[in-house]
Design a protein around this ligand. Structure first.
Ligand code: XBP
Ligand code: MG
Length: 232
């Protein structure tokens, strides 16, 4: 039996990436930029993990309409902070909903002594907002380790965030299961040696999940523990 489940957040716990996209666009408008990320463009930009990295990547691609050159990194940090504030307000207002059977898995795992952790590229305030909206004040308490955003130098698909979660749990990769929605996340977890279940989201459905232990449309009706046992 696995000792722990390590959850990704965006696209896995909840279908949040389109909310992120809207928050980015509102932040751009607040800064007077003509930038607008539609769904098709955002699908491509999601290849770049991390909101600040995504903004920088997009700016590098622009012919005109660049960000103010003087201290671009500081500008990006500040604008991304505004975006995070917009996003967390949207989540607190109930605009994000847990995907099917996510709540049931978290609550039954906790009730049966299975340890839980989070390994995500998104910023910590976004995790706190989502778990608070979904579970109330005890939301963060379900998770022994919450590894999020800039705590690692190299974001997904690098394994750093999952290696950090394993270290904080004090467990071997083979004692855990990771649950992800994207190829970047799958590669990150697999490079850390963790058996991984993938439940693709609206932005990742057509990606390659060859390395996954199981690919399912959602966690609905999936017995995560049996899936682990059958693959050991
Ligand atoms: C998905 C990401 C994040 C979000 C935006 O994270 O790549 O960058 O798109 O959040 P996950 P930030 O690992 O949970 O799938 O703007 O805070 O980065
Ligand atoms: Mg994800």
């Amino acid at each position: 039996m696995p000792k722990a489940i390590i959850f990704d957040v965006d696209g896995t716990l909840a279908e949040t990436e389109d909310l992120h996209r809207k928050a980015f666009n509102r932040a751009f408008a607040e800064y007077g930029l003509s930038w607008h990320w539609d769904r098709s463009l955002y699908r491509d930009l999601l290849e770049v993990s991390g909101g600040k990295e995504r903004i920088r990547h997009y700016d590098d691609q622009q012919i005109a309409d660049h960000l103010p050159a003087a201290d671009r990194d500081r500008f990006i940090r500040e604008m991304h902070g505004v975006k995070t504030g917009i996003y967390t307000q949207m989540v607190a207002a109930g605009e994000a909903h847990l995907r099917p059977d996510v709540r049931e898995l978290i609550e039954s795992a906790a009730a049966n002594g299975l340890r839980l952790a989070i390994a995500t590229t998104t910023s910590l305030p976004n995790v706190e907002a989502l778990l608070g909206a979904a579970f109330g004040t005890r939301g963060m308490d379900y998770f022994e380790a919450v590894c999020a955003g800039d705590v690692v130098a190299h974001k997904k698909p690098a394994p750093d965030i999952y290696l950090m979660a394993l270290e904080e749990l004090g467990l071997a990769a083979s004692d855990c299961i990771a649950i992800e929605d994207s190829r970047n996340g799958l590669l990150s977890a697999r490079q850390a040696g963790i058996p991984t279940i993938v439940t693709p989201g609206i932005y990742t459905r057509d990606q390659d999940f060859t390395e996954a232990m199981l690919v399912a449309a959602s966690l609905e009706g999936i017995d995560v523990l049996s899936t682990y046992s059958e693959n050991q």
